[in-house]
Design a protein around this ligand. Structure first.
Ligand code: GRF
Length: 316
């Protein structure tokens, strides 16, 4: 089982979605663990539940902390090594600089079928609009309220007898099932070969005079003209019984390869059946890949194989 992603749940109140996320994470094959529960109200009922469940809680109070709140929150998240923030009834608008820091790594659940009925009083709005169905949505948090990329939705029928309260109650049941499922799916992308390959491709093709080509069926990237070019990065998809997905890049030789693997055996590997070549593997199906580092290694590999004239022309 690959390493689990670390999720922080941010709440302001009762925290029933938080509890749903915690209980789903108890399944042996769940891809995430709830590593932290925090929020903007130190007396939120959900914090008590989280504590009782043995989850790390950092009580923060935005009312008394004022502007210092966001810095304290950032510190708590960093100290806990958080990969993804799940908002669950967190009643505070997130400032743009905080959002930028966590871009694509904050999700929220909203009790309507977005883009319908954004904001508060969604069930009232749904009934007033005479809808026959509503539901819940999990989305990425972006600067515009309730408007980020939709990751998953579930539909709930509206009964003629529904009041905002009865509807909220049923939608909440749907929310509890939807949220853990969508969080798991979203986090699973870090183990997905296609997703990883796309990210490596973006880095590889950002280097000069590069193009895509397969090598024995594996996606790869070459430098040079189509007629005379050399591979500098090749994807590795659990080949030869190896467990990991990664990318192979050139290093300067056997000494460097041995040093890299010894210093970071969780990150670097010697690709089986490559013999004494200078290809070293970088494991990429992990929640916390340092993509800047991968980018640097791709660039170094590019430099090792790029034709002289490209290097002399200033390279990259
Ligand atoms: C939920 O309805 C959620 O969709 C909305 O706030 C409510 C939080 O409820 N964002 P709980 O605290 O998870 O019970």
């Amino acid at each position: 089982m690959p390493e689990r992603s670390r999720v922080a749940v941010l709440i302001s109140g009762r925290g029933s979605n938080m509890a749903a996320l915690i209980y789903a994470a108890r399944a042996d094959d769940c891809v995430y663990e709830v590593a932290l529960v925090t929020g903007d109200k130190s007396d939120a009922h959900g914090l008590e539940v989280a504590r009782a469940e043995g989850i790390a809680v950092v009580p923060l109070d935005a009312r008394s902390l004022g502007p210092a709140f966001w810095g304290k929150l950032q510190h708590a998240l960093e100290s806990a090594g958080i990969d993804l923030i799940a908002l669950a009834g967190f009643m505070r608008i997130i400032p743009d600089d905080f959002l930028a820091e966590w871009e694509g790594r904050i999700v929220n659940i909203h009790p309507s079928l977005l883009p319908k009925h954004k904001g508060l009083k969604t069930h009232e709005a749904c009934l007033a609009a005479g809808e026959t169905a509503t539901g819940a949505t999990v989305h990425i948090v972006s600067p515009d309220l309730d408007s980020g990329e939709i990751l998953g939705q579930v539909k709930v029928a509206v009964l003629p007898s529904d009041t905002p309260e009865t509807l909220a109650e049923r939608v909440l049941i749907a929310e509890h099932q939807l949220y853990p499922r969508v969080v798991s799916q979203y986090l699973s992308r870090t183990n997905d070969f296609e997703w990883i390959t796309e990210r490596v491709g973006d880095l590889a093709l950002a280097l000069p005079k590069t193009h895509y080509q397969t090598s024995h069926g594996s996606p790869g990237w070459k430098v040079g003209s189509q007629s005379s070019s050399k591979f500098f990065a090749i994807m590795w998809n659990r080949h030869h019984g190896a467990e990991s997905i990664g990318v192979l890049v050139k290093c300067s030789g056997q000494d460097e390869m041995a040093q890299l693997i010894e210093a970071d055996p969780d990150i670097y590997f010697r690709p089986a059946y490559y013999g004494p070549s200078d290809w070293v593997g970088i494991t990429l199906d992990r929640p916390r890949v340092d993509w800047e580092h991968v980018s640097d290694r791709c660039a170094q590999s590019w430099e090792l194989v790029a034709p002289r004239r490209l290097l002399e022309a200033g390279g990259r």
